[in-house]
Design a binder for this molecule. Sequence first.
Ligand code: PBG
Length: 333
Amino acid sequence: MNPTPAPFPTTRLRRTRSTDALRRLTRQNTLTVDDLIWPIFLRSGEGVVEPVGSMPGVNRLSVDKAVEAAVEAQALGIPAICLFPYTGMEDRTEDCAEAWNPDNLTNRAIRAIKVAAPDIAVMTDIALDPYNINGHDGYVRDGEIVNDETVEALVKMALAQAEAGANILGPSDMMDGRIGAIRAALEAANHPNVVILSYTAKYASGFYGPFRDAVGATSALSGDKKTYQMDPGNSDEAMRLVARDLAEGADMVMVKPGLPYLDICRRVKDSFGVPTYAYQVSGEYAMVQAAAQNGWIDGEKVMLESLLAFKRAGCDGILTYFAPAVAKLLQDS
Ligand SMILES: NCc1[nH]cc(CCC(=O)O)c1CC(=O)O
């Protein structure tokens, strides 16, 4: 379809923009609370709400406070919450065994949230970085991030999370073959309905900086993640990754970071037509908040506009630290 507008003044494209009613009537994309996944940070302790310096408005929460957040999110109509543990050096070992401890921070939080807010979908992160002595998402052997051995550990981590009651597993590690291995293990362990939202096109990005502060990974990480996360120059490779992950049993796919990679979101949606998500990551959030705090932009407007952009680019939903703020705004409007 390629409509040819009649010449001016028969066609005046401003006509349909001239009133709020007409603008609403002709709007193609809208943002709703159903589009939101809220990432939260967990930490040990009780009654703890600890601000993350580089992410104004975001806190690390002890399990009891995370439960309160989940109850609030459920009441706001947010469909899913995503859990990330803050860990210190004492939680990190060479074998990363804490990652599949049934009583680790994430697994305790999943169980508590499923009791208090049973209707909200609980999503998790699968990667070894919170528990790895060197901060990498996979095992490091002689300076190399090894693939296959890491996948075996990721499967154990995934099963422990499914066992705790997680609804959506989010492998964020970018190892090859992990989706198929996790899917087979879930089927074998009688978890047929656990969803895999694969971090499929995850780029080696500078936009993850504040997140690494939030989870305590900044000082732990040695080197960079370029041998497993994608090169920001690539686009075709993302299509091959999506095809691969779908073939291995992913139910939903993700592009990450968000705004700088909207072209990838659009290509994925057009090429595959599958449930497609974007992660508006910590650095994107921090940029908006910092500029808003300085009075340089209208934070609320930019928040809504940036999230609507994901819908326009074809995304079915967005992981965003703005989720509760947006949900409240949408409720009031
Ligand atoms: N596997 C770790 C992980 N899971 C989500 C994020 C980033 C999220 C954000 O920046 O908001 C990262 C960081 C990384 O890969 O170093």
